[in-house]
Ligand binder design. Sequence first.
Ligand code: F6R
Length: 610
Amino acid sequence: MCGIVGYIGERQATEVCLAGLKRLEYRGYDSAGIAVVQDDGTLEVTKVVGKLANLAQALEEQPVDGTLGVGHTRWATHGKPSKINSHPHTSNDGRIALVHNGIIENYAELRDQLTEEGFEFVSETDTEVIVHLVDKYYDGDLAEAFRMAARDLEGAFAVGIVCADNPDQMVAARRFSPLVVGIGEGENFIASDMGAVREWTDQVYVIDDDEMAVITRDSIELTDLEGNPVEREPYTIPWPADAAQKGGHKHFMHKEIHEQPRAMRECLLGRLSDPEKSINLEGLNMSEQEIQSLRKVVFTACGTAYHAGLVGRFLMEKLARIPSEADLAAELRARDPVVLDGTLAIVVSQSGETADTLVALRELKEKGAKVVSVVNVVDSSIARESDGVVYIQAGPEIGVASTKAYTLQILTIALIVAHFADVRGAASEHELIELRRAMLKLPEQAQELLEREEDVKRVAEKYYESPNALYLGRGVNLPSAMEGALKLKEISYIHAEGYSAGEMKHGPIALVEPNLFTVAIAVKGDVYDKMIGNIQEIKARSGPVIGVAFDGDTEIPRQADDVLWVPECPELVSPVTTAIPLQLLSYHIADMLGREIDQPRNLAKTVTVE
Ligand code: F6R
């Protein structure tokens, strides 16, 4: 869950590492540190508790000179956030420094062994065993020492290592945790993801499991953990260097909400351009015969991506008529799921690195399911372990609260569903044309919704001091209610529940009172009348209601206290449009409350621990 960066070249390592870490701060931000091999051949380590700004300040007060270094931003797993537990960790003689992302599962056993052998532990972390192991095997060759250490390690790691004895070498390795090597001229980089090095290069090697890189200023040698050479083509990062900047917005989350129309256009590009023509999904990697013989679809994911999976389940049954379910990835393995022949797993993940989702993917694959992933980060672990991958093409998402990835996940899944419905003849030509037409209109409708931001802000002003909120939806918009509530709670810390409007009378209605506001998603469609009934039940108990309704609706303004308007579209694609005002509502409420929107407390963007 942490972020690592390393640099070797001619620039000051602290400057490059700090700038790279800034891009990775979404991975964790409870402490940070940097180790630099100084020009005089000594190793200097600077660590702080708290955010990167504290590290920048520490380095300003006590500058460190050197052109080789590794840095880290942490999200605690073993040991509380403290200076001693933060990375880099060093060997007892202070000559080897190591940064780590991942979890060493057998660390307790290794720690006992190493303590017996005379190594002294100062932190409570699992990481410290790695640096002592490297030290134990070190005999002048850092790469070989790590190779030997790796044999003793169980669990996940992406590591960057430097040694004061060798100011011209950095070693990096990976097992399960993401790692890239950025290729420069006279300089090279390592990082947990491409975004961290994009400022300096668009060429990277994506490192695979059980591989390592031995890096100098002018060379990068890739091998497996046995030392066998690995041939790899560099990957060209497809987005411009400034794509990860805020571009005039106050927060990344706000910028990413506003990127949705463009991102939707890019997601549709080359896949759907004419409602009369079939959808083209390169990367899906499924023949028509395979699609026809599907007997079941299982969506699995975590958090926001799971909500997109819930929309997917609904669409898959309703349109493609394939029995479907959606499972929380963290729960899937516990019940030892039965996987029938002809099962397709659709794994949804923005980062492509979420540990729970990766474990669920492996479980389903091992049990014989075909796996197609719907992923944002290209070449991420989930993408690479899938049989097919349909990228959502959202560009980098930096804000911890997922926004554009959510709507793009739904759009991508809708493309897959429409393609399946077409191939299986499950929907009429007319229905398919209408659905494709509706999808093509979404970027424009998203733009219209963003132009109504001031209206949403006015609603936010009315409710931002409420301590509690209830989000209600039905059918295809039940996940929208769940996602709306998640967005609100994670960035504003207001307690919010996303609930089936039909279930409300079986319990949650007891919560309704003037201090709890309800957001009711009541767009015209199959469940519209029932939603109106639910709004009336809340109004009868003095609960304020914000309705989400299609433009032109005359009933909802009569029932609800406030309305968030969305352009009319077929109900089945409405989860894409209803999401946008709810993202803006959460954003403005959190902003009015002065919350740290891009880095909410206790959260990290990519959860690489189970
Ligand atoms: C909420 C949020 C999380 C993620 C979840 C899965 O705003 O971002 O709930 O959706 O951690 O992450 P990915 O999609 O990277 O697998």
